[in-house]
Design a protein around this ligand. Structure first.
Ligand code: NAI
Ligand code: OAA
Length: 364
């Protein structure tokens, strides 16, 4: 069975014109892109899905909300932020796609925003400035994610949660601990969004090999910070010979690991990746919704609680998505010697990041 690959996401083309959306109502948005099989088309039915974006007025939140407004699987879109969200919702609500958009602001409206949601996407929090690491965001973002996840536990405990807020290596364990405390944790439903690493790896490999970027698939494993980001270039498809030399593999790996910093420096104090992140998060949301709708063969790389690699309680790797979220963590493919070393190198940082999240969530 052909898997629904990240590389096949075509954004706007996936939803097409409003006219064709009406004409093909029972067909999944992504089906027309060819990223799901015929079987998926037959088996998957669009069911009404309420989706919330928490941090919707931000640099990521706004373009992400636009992309979700264009997704036919999203019937109701809750936009929540502590500021400026009414204008974003008013603006988006004029787009003539069927998705109903509503703004919510302030803690007192968070419950209503979340009630009935099946997917909650969280880009709330501060972004990096030049010279900062993602860990430097911990002090502010850990508390934001903790309080938002407490609300999710209370108002939509069965929802899938996609966490974008950095440092993802720590905010995902925070979310899991919060849900455990509330007695509603299901490890299949808490996912750190690492799809931007895959998007970048696909783009850079395609550029280097003269390929159409939509044809390229590079699994990226580990976490989402510095050397914890490990692209498996040995497993990239398609393979164009001659493949990369060891020096080129090193350069490409480092570029993928530092791609976030590349954007932070280019934006020179105005924030970090927003548009590419919104694109990657919309793709991840689409895959989650396809899975919830019963489409077979939906695979993504994502950072989840995992026992795939001994020593790491949380780990990003390819998973199969389905009606319950992560249905299966796929086995690790064979790693090159360079990638094995990369896995060793990330050990200290990733375990430290995970522990910091667990400790934060459990302190009094
Ligand atoms: N996972 C990944 O690959 C990536 C993660 N990020 C992370 O995403 C986060 C957001 O980035 P941007 O959108 O650029 O930042 P931003 O500052 O433009 O937007 C953040 C939004 O969150 C809102 N917010 C703050 N506290 C909140 C709360 N308690 N409840 C609801 N909303 C709240 C703010 O009002 C703002 O609208 C950052 O932590 C950034 O590091 C960014 C790029 C890639
Ligand atoms: O680099 C940052 O701070 C934002 C991020 O996670 C990315 O772009 O990958």
């Amino acid at each position: 069975m052909q898997a629904a690959k990240l590389s096949t996401f075509q954004g706007l083309k996936a939803t097409g014109s409003v006219k064709s959306m009406r004409a093909e109502a029972p067909v999944l948005a992504a089906a027309r892109t060819g990223c799901v099989t015929r079987a998926a088309r037959r088996q998957a039915v669009i069911e009404a899905k309420k989706v919330a974006v928490l941090g919707a007025a931000g640099g990521i939140g706004q373009p992400l909300s636009l992309l979700l407004k264009m997704n036919r699987m999203v019937t109701e879109l809750s936009l929540y932020d502590i500021a400026n969200v009414a204008g974003v919702a008013a603006d988006l609500s004029h787009c003539n796609t069927p998705t109903q958009v509503k703004a919510y602001t302030g803690a007192e409206e968070l419950g209503a925003a979340l009630k009935g949601c099946e997917l909650v996407v969280i880009p709330a929090g501060v972004p990096r400035k030049p010279g900062m690491t993602r860990d430097d965001l911990f002090n502010i973002n850990a508390g934001i994610v903790k309080s938002l996840c407490e609300a999710v536990a209370q108002h939509c405990p069965n929802a899938v949660i996609n966490i974008i807020s950095n440092p993802v290596n720590s905010t995902v364990p925070i979310c899991a601990e919060v849900l455990k405390k509330a007695g509603v944790y299901d490890k299949r439903k808490v996912m750190g969004v690492t799809s931007l690493d895959v998007v970048r790896a696909n783009t850079f490999v395609a550029e280097a090999k003269g390929l159409d970027t939509r044809d390229v698939d590079v699994p990226v494993i580990g976490g989402h910070a510095g050397e914890t980001i490990l692209p498996l270039l040995s497993q990239a498809t398609p393979k164009v010979l001659p493949w990369f030399s060891p020096e080129e593999i090193e350069q490409l790996t480092v570029r993928i690991q530092n791609a976030g910093t590349e954007v932070v420096e280019a934006k020179a104090g105005a924030g970090s990746a927003t548009l590419s992140m919104a694109y990657a998060a919309a793709r991840m949301a689409e895959s989650v919704l396809l899975g919830l709708n019963g489409a077979p063969g939906v695979e993504e790389c994502t950072y989840v609680e995992s026992s795939l690699v001994p020593g790491f309680q949380y780990f990003a790797s390819k998973v199969r998505l389905g009606p319950n979220g992560v249905e299966e963590i796929l086995p690790l493919p064979p790693l090159s010697e360079y990638e094995q070393q990369g896995l060793e190198k990330m050990k200290d940082l990733l375990t430290k990041n995970i522990q910091a999240g667990i400790d934060f969530a459990n302190k009094a």
